[in-house]
Design a protein around this ligand. Structure first.
Ligand SMILES: Cc1cc2nc3c(=O)[nH]c(=O)nc-3n(C[C@H](O)[C@H](O)[C@H](O)COP(=O)(O)OP(=O)(O)OC[C@H]3O[C@@H](n4cnc5c(N)ncnc54)[C@H](O)[C@@H]3O)c2cc1C
Length: 404
């Protein structure tokens, strides 16, 4: 009997666990999930929490009944570090667990050290990446509505999750209009991208023109190739000397690997990401795999100006969770030919909420060269994004992770 230990229980880890159990159904292997939380969180809807459109309970659910039903052992603990030479995970409570196969799906940690004053604990800049900060952003938004002033939204140098920041920007515009204070707010977008709509994937056909049109239509000012020098109490100063006053600001920071991976240098790079083959098998340890945000993905193009990273969205996180499950099942069943699909070759399937509208981004590959890439606006509503959320929560609450 083999023991497969999965670190992380959200998009990638949850999918990998359920898929492993399904693929090894008739065999007596043990699947163990280690994670500090028993709640699944539909992260993409965090962009709506600051505006009161979603409460956290709308986008979370308890994983434990599903794990019980599927006979997946769940340990509600954070992993502290891994010794891959001894096949052992050390947990924060002092316990250890050994494995035959390990799946790292621990997501990311935000790097606030890139600029002084960026950390939300300094009470200057808001953030939407984790629930407690999204709630604080909601409080700051309510204060802004009562006493409006300039708003700066964007991403810092080195950031990679620009898509979510764009969504937040357009929702900020929409909500300020609904609350009848938009005319009292000067709204700025600052981004490390060389052009709006680059998204860290070297753009999509027509994307730049479409986003510029939205920005002009909504009277949003934008600055590209932006690098932040300093964050003061009510002023952001860029490296070129531009000063942007703000009453409220949300800036997406760069991401790094989770602490557990930074504490496990044999398995990760300097930023804590896991270097893998196209099969998501670790480059040096054949019984270790990684999926989702934890995977090391290098930009497939040269960055000449301000640094930015490659986005790692939900669809590839789900796909890599499935590939990892398939490959571990193959190895256990004696098949050494592994399934391979490099991150950049996974299709792009994304919906970007643009306030009162939305944009569908579809391509046969995330990275160029692509044979098919299209960006389709829905100018009537953001129903597609809502439907996707409903579908995703529906399938995962029922343990149907095998569905697309
Ligand atoms: C605000 C925002 C909006 C987004 N919007 C979109 C969108 O519209 N569309 C889209 O496709 N993608 C979007 N994304 C990206 C998407 O959320 C990620 O791709 C997805 O969450 C990645 O899944 P993951 O399982 O790799 O990581 P995560 O979802 O971050 O999960 C990591 C898991 O690891 C666990 N963990 C952490 N540390 C440890 C430890 N030490 N030991 C054990 N477990 C640990 C965590 O508790 C969690 O269960 C958005 C991201 C953000 C931040």
């Amino acid at each position: 009997m083999k023991r497969i230990v999965i670190l992380g229980s959200n998009f990638a880890g949850y999918t990998a666990a359920l898929e492993l159990k399904r693929k090894l159904k008739k065999e007596p292997h043990e699947v163990v999930v280690v994670s500090p939380t028993h709640e699944f969180l539909y992260v993409p809807s965090l962009i709506w929490v600051p505006f009161g459109r979603r409460k956290l309970e709308d986008i979370r659910f308890d994983l434990r009944p599903i794990f019980d039903k599927k006979e997946i052992k769940f340990i509600e603990q954070a992993a502290e570090h891994i010794d891959p030479d001894d096949n052992t995970v050390f947990l924060q409570n002092g316990d250890t667990i050994t494995y035959d196969y390990l799946v790292v799906a621990t997501g990311v940690k935000m790097n606030f050290d890139v600029i002084d004053g960026l950390n939300p604990e300094d009470h200057k800049i808001q953030n939407i990446v984790i629930p407690k900060l999204a709630i604080k952003t909601n409080e700051a938004f309510e204060d802004l509505v009562k006493d409006p002033g300039p708003v700066v939204v964007g991403a810092t140098q080195g950031a990679s999750c620009m898509g979510a920041a764009y969504e937040y920007l357009f929702n900020m515009d929409k909500e300020l209009r609904q609350r009848k204070v938009r005319d009292k707010v000067d709204l700025y977008w600052i981004t490390p991208e060389p052009y709006v709509g680059n998204f860290g994937i070297d753009g999509m056909p027509g994307g730049e023109a479409m986003l510029k049109m939205f920005m002009k239509l909504y009277n949003i000012h934008w600055i590209v190739d932006a690098s932040i020098e300093k964050i003061e109490d009510h002023k952001i100063i860029l490296k070129d000397g531009t000063e942007l006053p703000y009453k409220m600001s949300m800036l997406m920071p760069p991401f790094e690997g989770a602490d557990v991976m930074k504490a496990s240098p044999k398995l990760s790079d300097a930023k804590g990401f896991v270097p893998v083959e196209g099969s998501y098998q670790h480059v040096s340890y054949a019984n270790v795999f990684a999926a989702g945000l934890a995977v090391q993905v290098k930009p497939p193009f040269e960055i000449k100006g301000t640094a930015f990273g490659v986005p790692k969205t939900g669809y590839p996180s789900d796909v890599t969770g499935k590939i990892v499950a398939e490959n571990i099942a193959r190895l256990i069943q004696g098949n050494t030919k592994l399934k391979s699909k490099e991150w950049g070759r996974i299709p792009a399937v994304c919906i970007m909420d643009a306030g009162r509208k939305e944009v569908y981004l579809l391509a046969n590959h995330l990275f160029k060269p692509r044979q098919f890439a299209i960006i389709l606006p829905n100018v009537f509503n953001d129903f597609g994004k809502v439907l996707l959320e409903k579908y995703f929560l529906w399938k995962n609450k029922r343990g149907l992770a095998w569905l697309p």
